[in-house]
Design a protein around this ligand. Structure first.
Ligand SMILES: NC(=O)c1ccc[n+]([C@@H]2O[C@H](COP(=O)([O-])OP(=O)(O)OC[C@H]3O[C@@H](n4cnc5c(N)ncnc54)[C@H](O)[C@@H]3O)[C@@H](O)[C@H]2O)c1
Length: 330
């Protein structure tokens, strides 16, 4: 059976993707820094019909990448290993961001080319490519909104799209770039390489501790979140498309979640009795650091719809589903 390679498969998005692939019976090869998947993934994934191999290694190690393709027949690739650097890491070690996010991704493509068995690559781009434009446009459209990435991370993600699609074309690989919106949900944890964890994770931690949360004053800044289960369904739609109608595709909810904050907090409170929340009064400090202070445009999802995908979870339902997952045992 042909295998699907997921580099960074033990990370947040990777684990959700791997779980969905195993659920549909695929053979999945996870390659990344981790020697094993974090608990409770091994037990949960072991009950799914697919087959998984977890291989520890560094995506900057070209010989290890080549060995992956030499030792098994890989026909689809998610080269998702990345360093999501915040400003401190960017300033301290810019080279690691470039090496992992861009050079290692291109080396993965080269190894896929040499294997000669790969029929689809999904390139991991990001809403971060919109950068400055996200604050200047109400709708972030793949074709008409200029990408003006601000962070080094955003710059590497734009380069992943452009260089990845260019080389895939030259090398006879079939690639689609997913501009992934800000994601939250099951399996998110601190891998030590993502400095921008979602505010949903921080809120969930307060809810699980049955504590009190003081949000920033209402209204919260406009922000488009995507629930990870929707995101993964979108990634699979890009993977499976026979004849992709687009090569760069936003995967996001396409809506502003700020007006849904109360419904989301209430869904958490229903799942975690004792959890209380409110907005800060004027002059009062919130107990949580919000992910964004300026309103951002929402991402257009028309191109993704051309792949037959649309988000299924309304914000409140996503929050309730996440809470149910957090309450689930191994
Ligand atoms: N989470 C989001 O909101 C979001 C948004 C846009 C795009 N993305 C993209 O999705 C992909 C996955 O991101 P995530 O949120 O799951 O991040 P994560 O930090 O949770 O996972 C990244 C994974 O990559 C692995 N990795 C990092 N450097 C490595 C190296 N040198 N060798 C081998 N493995 C290495 C890490 O160990 C980890 O398992 C990334 O490409 C990211 O840019 C994520």
């Amino acid at each position: 059976m042909d295998a699907i390679l997921v580099t960074g498969g033990a990370g947040f998005v990777g684990l959700n993707l791997v779980e969905a692939l195993l659920a549909r019976g695929e053979h999945v090869v996870v390659f990344g820094r981790e020697a094993a998947l974090p608990d409770p993934a091994p037990s949960r994934f072991g009950r799914l019909p697919g087959r998984i191999e977890v291989i520890q290694g560094d995506v900057r190690d070209e010989a290890a990448l080549k060995a992956l393709f030499r030792d098994r027949r890989i026909d689809r690739v998610f080269p998702f290993a990345a360093v999501t650097a915040g400003p401190v890491r960017e300033a301290a070690d810019p080279q690691v961001v470039l090496d992992v996010n861009l050079s290692a991704l291109l080396a993965t493509l080269a190894a896929a080319r040499d294997a000669g068995t790969v029929r689809r690559v999904i390139l991991p781009s990001s809403a971060a490519v919109y950068g400055e434009s996200a604050y200047a446009h109400a709708l972030l459209d793949e074709a008409t909104t200029p990408p003006v990435p601000i962070t080094l991370y955003g710059v590497t993600k734009y380069a992943v799209e452009r260089a990845g699609l260019r080389l895939a074309g030259l090398w006879g690989l079939d690639a689609v770039a997913a501009r992934i919106g800000a994601t939250f949900g099951p399996w998110e944890r601190d891998t030590g390489l993502r400095d921008t964890l979602s505010v949903h994770l921080a809120i969930a931690q307060v809810a699980m501790a049955r504590g009190e949360l003081v949000l920033p004053p209402a209204p919260l800044p406009a922000y488009d979140w995507v629930y990870v289960r929707d995101l993964v369904a979108g990634l699979l739609a890009l993977l499976d498309a026979q004849d992709p109608p687009h090569r760069v595709v936003n995967l996001a909810s396409g809506i502003d979640w700020a007006p849904h904050a109360a419904a989301c907090m209430d869904a958490l409170a229903a799942a975690f009795p004792g959890f209380r929340w409110r907005h800060a009064e004027p002059g009062e400090a919130p107990t949580i650091r919000w992910n964004e202070v300026k309103p951002r445009g929402a991402m257009a999802i028309g191109r993704a719809a051309d792949f037959g995908w649309r988000p299924r979870f309304a914000p409140r339902d996503a929050q309730a589903d996440y809470a149910a997952w957090l309450l689930q045992g191994p």
